[in-house]
Ligand binder design. Structure first.
Ligand SMILES: [Ca+2]
Ligand SMILES: [Ca+2]
Ligand SMILES: [Ca+2]
Length: 448
């Protein structure tokens, strides 16, 4: 089971990085353009391209800001296309989402005021979304916007979708503030790669059904265990909800999280400050490998500030520095049922198990320069004195890259001998030479 999900991630990475291999038509988009969309010299606007494109087509989007339309139920509707942002404003061959910010914004009407924004910035029946900043969605349609308008402010997803190299930021909804995914189809999945989900909000309402307010960053649900949520090399930061699952909430679905950071997320009305996973027993356990949970909080008396889990294989992960309204220190890090926990560093842990430790992981700077958890400067890489270096188990580290894109399995404490993966989302890139204590960086990788 766990091998098949890892294989699926690798397949998704290959698919998402096949930038120029789409078999369909390629469309070229610039803000406000009114051409035919056949080249950068003859571009079309984004809604025009989405209306004209067929499943399998690729839509290349130049830097700029794009809004779905004038009405709250306007949305960018994806139906099997590849939507790729990050191209230079003047057009060009190479997409670079960092250098060329390409923004899908739901902030229509009064700028900066959420009450008149689009319910969903993006609605996906399936496809690939690569290289965008997605922000300003507000699915607050309880009693006014239709049955779906309470879920998924940033993205409302109903079919197999890959999100790669995106930032999903400052969206809100009654549930699934950043993104919501529902499926009843076995084999369907939501895959989120190399993306940051930050500062999204899921909120209940006076008199609203109790099932609202869950999944500040992402909420996924299925019927009878269909579907999967796969996350690799992501950062889930500073999301909040009034219910449970501040960062991510996943119900009755297979999950596989690897090389991902959960920092500064909060669940104010239930378990799972960072994550709540309520998996079915199914044919195997869901997997959380090489993840780091820090500074998450649950306003919940039995613990679960970091993660509230069921039917999970938790390996090579760090859960340290999470808080809750009650419970023993270890329970505030992780609490749940049917968990297989090995080679993890868990604050207050006294539960035994192969390879588990409980010492301070020595994050570089978990609050970052702004002194606040849940923002993009949070740094949960490992200092050189961390006991998490070379303390994991290689068999669960199938993905070749850590959160930074550095080599996932490398030996940092001593040259020679076995080569061992670290615990957590980041592999430490410093080698300590035996005997003399000298250190030398190994490229590539982030060094602090
Ligand atoms: Ca607005
Ligand atoms: Ca910070
Ligand atoms: Ca290592």
């Amino acid at each position: 089971m766990r091998r098949s999900w890892s294989a699926q991630i690798v397949s998704a990475l290959v698919l998402a990085s096949a930038a120029t291999s789409a078999s369909g038509v390629v469309w070229f988009v610039k803000p406000g353009a009114a051409g035919a969309g056949t080249s950068w010299a003859n571009p079309i606007d984004l809604q025009g391209a989405l209306a004209a494109a067929a499943a399998g087509d690729e839509i290349r989007v130049a830097a700029g800001t794009y809004k779905p339309g004038a009405a709250r139920n306007s949305t960018f509707l994806l139906n099997g296309e590849t939507l790729r942002g990050g191209y230079p404003a003047a057009g060009g061959a190479v997409a670079d989402p960092v250098a060329n910010p390409t923004i899908l914004s739901g902030d229509i009407g009064v700028a900066g005021m959420a009450a008149d924004n689009c319910y969903h910035v993006v609605w996906s029946w399936g496809g690939i979304i690569d290289g965008f900043i997605i922000r300003g969605g507000n699915a607050d349609g309880l009693g006014g916007g239709g049955a779906d308008s309470i879920y998924g402010g940033g993205l409302y997803i109903r079919g197999g979708t890959i999100i790669d190299r995106c930032k999903i930021v400052r969206n809100r909804a009654h549930s699934g503030g950043g993104a919501y995914y529902f499926t009843n189809q076995p084999g369907s999945g939501l895959t989120v790669l190399r993306s940051t989900i930050v500062d999204n909000d899921a909120f209940g309402a006076a008199g609203a059904p109790a099932f609202l307010g869950n999944g500040g960053g992402i909420l996924t649900e299925s019927q009878e265990g269909a579907g999967a949520l796969i996350m690799n090399r992501c950062s889930v930061l500073g999301n909040i909800c009034t219910g449970s699952g501040g960062g991510v909430n996943s119900l009755d679905m297979s999950i596989d999280f690897q090389n991902t950071v959960f920092s500064g997320n909060s669940a104010m009305g239930g378990p799972g400050g960072g994550v709540q996973v309520a998996s079915l027993a199914g044919p195997g356990l869901g997997t959380i490998f090489n993840c780091t949970f820090a500074s998450n909080h649950a306003n919940y008396g039995l613990g679960t500030g970091g993660a509230s889990l069921s039917h999970i294989w938790l390996v090579n992960s760090i859960l340290w520095g999470n808080t809750a309204a009650g419970g023993p220190v270890a329970d505030r890090q992780v609490y749940g049922a049917v968990m297989n926990i090995e080679y993890c560093d868990i604050e207050g842990w006294a539960g035994g198990g192969a390879g588990n430790i409980s010492g301070n992981p020595f994050y570089v700077d978990e609050l970052g320069a702004d002194g606040m958890a849940g923002t993009e400067d949070d740094d949960v890489r490992l200092k050189s004195l961390s006991p998490c270096r070379d303390a994991g188990r290689n068999s669960e580290a199938a993905i070749p890259s850590d959160r930074d894109g550095g080599i996932r399995i490398r030996q940092s404490k001593l040259l020679g001998g076995s080569v061992t993966v670290d615990m957590g989302a980041y592999e430490h890139p410093i080698v300590t030479l035996p005997g003399v204590g000298l250190t030398a960086p190994i490229a590539p990788g982030h060094v602090k």
